[in-house]
Design a protein around this ligand. Structure first.
Ligand code: HEC
Length: 132
């Protein structure tokens, strides 16, 4: 029976490791979706309307300025990425649109909650303002 704690430890380790691997699995966007062209010009109007949506739907996890430091972030199993960094900013508008619509893990799907596609494109424009 002395081996039990060690076994438990091994099981916990494997579970944690595979969970971490699962989390960091790249989020693949279908090529046609990634290539989708943003039909909404990033102007003051687009940014202003996205700002309201961002504070209603996104800031709780992603933080006010997209750093991933929202009030709910600590309770999540997957960490929201820092949107000021190239890992997010180097992705196409179509990819950010797709990820916002579809969601995965702790990231909710917004295609029902924000049904107007123009609103999601506005949010894509808004996420670009987080670039440092
Ligand atoms: C409940 C918390 C939560 C809310 C609310 C939320 N997100 Fe997320 N978001 C996440 C998490 C966690 C991830 C990372 C998911 C992953 O990689 O599996 C993520 C990832 C993303 C990504 C992909 C970023 C990248 O670099 O690949 C985008 C884009 C995004 N969110 C946009 C939004 C927008 C826009 C809203 C509001 C309309 C929003 N999110 C609301 C938790 C949230």
């Amino acid at each position: 029976m002395k081996k039990l704690p060690l076994l438990t430890l091994i099981v916990v380790f494997i579970t944690t490791a595979s969970f971490t691997l699962f989390q960091t699995k790249p989020w693949v966007v279908p090529a046609d979706k990634a290539k989708a062209v943003n039909p909404v010009k990033s102007d003051a109007e687009s940014i202003a309307s996205a700002k309201t949506l961002w504070s209603q739907h996104c800031a709780s996890c992603h933080g006010k300025t997209g750093l991933g430091d929202g009030t709910k972030a600590a309770q999540l199993e997957t960490t929201p990425p820092d949107f000021s960094k190239a890992t997010t900013q180097s992705q196409s508008d179509g990819s950010l649109f797709y990820k916002t619509s579809e969601g995965r893990n702790d990231m909710p799907s917004f295609k029902k909650k924000i049904p107007d596609q123009e609103d999601i494109w506005n949010l894509v424009n808004y996420m670009r303002t987080f670039k440092k």
